[in-house]
Design a protein around this ligand. Structure first.
Ligand SMILES: *Cc1c(COP(=O)(O)O)cnc(C)c1O
Length: 398
């Protein structure tokens, strides 16, 4: 490596303010250093020529790769049990890079009917403009995926548990059908996190995350990732480099810090959500509670089989419908009214008046979202404080 010549004496202030000494690698930091740099000093022109031909060079240009980002990618690949990870600027960058990288005009996708709203929109409008068609099927029925396969089907795309109704897709069954029919199985694992569920072990080809959520966990960063085999990763690395959705090194560093506590946070999210779900069942204003860890969940048996914990996401229905939903989310004091999920703070959302506001009650019913449905992302606070706050807000509905 060429020396960053630091010759104070003879150069002017305009030069010395720009050229700093480069930290030499003689110390061994316990935390991963932040390489907040867009480009890297190289020894000679031939090195640049070699890097420009390589997949994922780590010291060439940060859109290609970066040492901080490389550490994050190794950690996330390991957590999901995959060969390779690509970190991206957001969950949606991971979704769109995967879809654009693996699909061609004329291809067909079979997707679960309950997906993150931007993913649904990208699949149904943006991809349609590129000549890629999609059929949305009941995510709880593996046979529905088999029935929707056409000659030009190339991919199955699912999320489980689904947003906001917490339905489950039988990943082993759907991935087996994908394999038998020559299709790729892509799974957005954001809601479960790799602590509770690892889709690659059940036969998925690509796993996607919004690392904005549980993986970073502290509500302070936007990021995404995909985990897959080495060959698919190389193809998607080219797509990421062209579309430009690389993660920023500081965002990668924040995710690396957040992920260190994933196991303790997820254990607490799992415990807290079960306690809150059980408590909500006994309030008279609540007509139904949906949580995969409750024996009353219609797919409880599948949840036990496919997940090792059930996460922090709960949905519950208010007997008072849409008006009660608005009143409840505006009546909590500790629980925060905000979109997003997976952070240490408990967040509440009313899909009918917030994320799904353009839909009428009838359209909501068709989408399987009751007007009085509330979505709760249970954080890591003391569960008794959470239950007390939800109780005082629910009591105001009567
Ligand atoms: C939030 C979310 C996304 C999008 O992630 P961003 O980081 O906001 O781009 C995708 N899928 C699921 C399931 C999500 O919850």
């Amino acid at each position: 490596m060429p020396d960053a010549k630091h010759d104070h004496g003879s150069r002017s202030i305009a030069t010395r303010t720009v050229h700093h000494p480069v930290a030499s690698p003689t110390s061994y930091p316990v935390a991963t250093p932040l390489y907040q740099t867009s480009t890297f000093r190289v020894a000679d022109a031939a090195t640049i020529a070699r890097y420009a031909e390589q997949t994922q060079p780590q010291a060439y240009y940060t859109r290609w790769g970066n040492p901080t980002i490389e550490v994050l990618e190794k950690v996330l690949a390991d957590l999901e049990g995959g060969q390779k990870c690509l970190a991206l600027a957001s969950g949606m960058a991971a979704v769109t890079t995967t879809l654009l990288g693996l699909l061609r005009p004329g291809d067909h996708v079979v997707a679960g009917s309950s997906l993150y709203t931007a993913t649904t929109e990208f699949l149904s409008s943006d991809l349609a403009e590129l000549g890629i068609s999609v059929d949305f099927v009941d995510p709880t029925d593996p046979e529905a995926f088999a029935r929707a396969v056409r000659k030009n089907t190339r991919m199955f795309y699912v999320e489980t548990p689904t947003n906001p109704t917490l339905q489950l897709t039988d990943l082993a069954a759907v991935c087996r059908i994908a394999d038998e029919t020559g299709n790729l199985a892509v799974v957005d694992n954001t809601f479960a996190s790799p602590y509770n569920q690892t889709p690659l072990a059940l036969g998925a080809d690509v796993v996607i995350h919004s690392v904005t959520k549980y993986l970073s966990g502290h509500t302070d960063v936007i990021g995404g990732c995909l985990v897959t085999d080495a060959e698919t990763a190389e193809q998607l690395w080219h797509q990421r480099t062209m579309l430009g959705g690389c993660i920023d090194p500081f965002a990668a560093w924040l995710v690396l810090r957040g992920v260190k506590t994933l196991a303790v946070r997820m254990q607490r999210h799992n415990d807290n959500a079960l306690a809150v779900a059980e408590a909500l069942r006994s309030h008279p204003a609540v007509s139904r509670v949906l949580y995969p860890g409750l024996a009353s969940h219609p797919q409880y048996e599948l949840a036990q089989r496919q997940m090792s914990g059930f996460g922090g996401m709960i949905a519950f229905e208010l007997a008072g419908g849409r008006a009660a939903g608005v009143k409840l989310v505006e009546s909590t004091r500790l629980v925060v009214l905000a979109v997003s999920l997976g952070g240490v703070e408990t967040l509440i959302e009313h899909p009918a008046s917030m994320s799904h506001a353009p839909l009428s009650d009838e359209q909501l019913r068709r989408a399987g979202i009751p007007p009085g449905l509330i979505r709760l992302s249970v954080g890591i606070e003391d569960p008794d404080d959470l239950i007390a706050d939800l109780w005082q807000a629910l009591d105001r509905l009567s």
